[in-house]
Ligand binder design. Structure first.
Ligand code: HEM
Length: 400
């Protein structure tokens, strides 16, 4: 296996961003493969390295459920501050430490708490749609809708003032640019930490009615400012880049399939299953990285202590192991499967209920408000964010 699999995004065929490319599919489906492939890869924090590529659903799930595949393997409190060295970021911890921090945050993301955000999300979506209609009849949907909606929701959740939101969006895009240099990342990370530090200081003296204020009221004595900064910034970045990408990619997928689009637009009850199918099909998260703490076996193959594994949720979510009929086809009426778009095991996405709710509100609202919505460029001219950690559409020019 000599074919390099470029990080950060799960590789997709040119012109068809909705499925893994043939190399990933062949690797996943090759029953004779005794050893898992080792592929060269890189990212700004870890530099270049070789990793074991894991593509079968059962193997991905097994690795994510096994604490001996560690997420916080690069966490070094004394090293230069990168996303992997920042205290308070849940993905930098394993075992009891991880449980300790995750418990503090999980109260903010229960089904009940998230459901109570429904009116606020509807208001944000309606306001953005009003602005879109006023400025019409054409725009870049990412800039005018898919970007702002999750950003405004997450800023409201974290108590971030409206005037700071443009700067946040710019910094967050740099933070998830996997092709950037380490210097850029360090400078950007320091600026984001300084900003969140000011917010934390303000909230320490006057805790607001938001996630940060809540954390400070309930755990302020246990958490350092540094840890609060890590928690705040990780929620900020994880909470909007992913949803932006899902709104953009889902709209594109639906515009290319009018029958499926009509279901989401016209059937008020279709949204939950449709969103689940879009999450599975599009699998926008990058391959998840873990490092083996000891010699291990995965799907009958060997993984040596110290080796890193790249767990491709995209390949797994299109695999036959999920008991799917024609996994490459968008079928919004499909019975939801146990997909891996939000990961699995201890680090499974803490914000998944919020992400679902945002998508269930935003997608039907967009399609109902703009029934004539159509792409303003040919399929071949759509630009993708191939250098971002989260795969997505860079610009989506539309008309209505
Ligand atoms: C459609 C949108 C989203 C997708 C596809 C997504 C995907 C994921 C995935 C795959 C993981 C697991 C990473 C790993 O195991 O290495 C994860 C973790 C995480 N996500 Fe999300 N996410 C989304 C939305 C959100 C939102 C809205 C928030 C917060 C507001 C959020 C916050 C987090 C956090 C804090 C973690 C780390 C959890 C831990 O380590 O315990 N995500 N997400």
């Amino acid at each position: 296996m000599t074919d390099a699999v470029p990080m950060p995004h799960n590789r997709r065929p040119a012109g068809c961003p909705f499925r893994p490319d043939a190399v990933l599919e062949r690797l996943r489906d090759d029953q004779d493969l005794r050893e898992l492939p080792r592929v060269p890869t890189s990212n700004p924090q870890l530099g270049e390295f070789e990793a074991v590529l894991v593509t079968r659903p059962d193997d991905v799930r097994e690795a994510l459920a096994d604490p001996r595949y560690e997420a916080g393997f690069a966490f070094d409190r004394t090293g230069p501050r990168t996303v992997m060295n920042q205290p308070g970021i849940l993905l930098n911890y394993d075992g009891d430490d991880h449980t300790h921090y995750r418990r503090m945050l999980s109260g903010a993301f229960t089904v009940k708490r998230v459901r109570s955000l429904t009116p606020a999300i509807r208001r944000v979506v309606d306001e953005r749609l009003d602005a879109l209609v006023r400025s019409g009849p054409g725009t870049d949907l990412i800039e005018a809708f898919a970007g702002p909606v999750p950003l405004l929701v997450i800023c409201e959740l974290l108590g971030i003032p409206a005037e700071d939101r443009d700067g946040i969006q710019r910094r967050s895009a740099i933070g998830t640019d996997a092709a950037g240099t380490l210097e850029t990342q360090l400078e950007n990370f320091a600026a984001m930490a300084a900003y969140m530090g000011e917010l934390v200081a303000r909230q320490r003296s006057d805790p607001g009615d938001d996630i940060l204020g809540d954390l400070i009221r309930r755990h302020g004595d246990e958490l350092s400012d540094d840890e609060l900064i890590g928690m705040g910034n990780s929620i900020l970045v994880a909470g909007h880049e992913t949803v932006t990408s899902m709104i953009g990619m889902s709209t594109l997928a639906l515009l290319r399939d009018p029958g499926q689009l009509a279901v989401v637009r016209d059937d008020a009850d279709a949204a939950p299953a449709a969103v689940e199918e879009l999450l599975r099909l599009l699998s926008v998260a990058p391959p998840l990285i873990r490092q083996a703490a000891t010699d291990l076996e995965l799907g009958g193959a060997r993984v040596a202590a110290g080796e890193r594994v790249l767990l491709s949720t995209l390949a797994a979510n299109h695999g036959t192991g999920l008991d799917l009929d024609d996994p490459g086809r968008l079928d919004v009426r499909r019975r939801p499967t146990a997909h891996l778009a939000f990961g699995y095991g201890a680090h499974q996405c803490i914000g998944q209920q919020l992400a679902r709710l945002e998508l269930q509100i935003a997608l039907p609202a967009l399609l109902r408000r703009l029934p004539g919505l159509r792409p303003a460029v040919d399929a071949a001219d759509v630009e993708y964010r191939t250098d971002a950690l989260v795969f997505g559409v860079a610009r989506l020019p539309v008309r209505w």
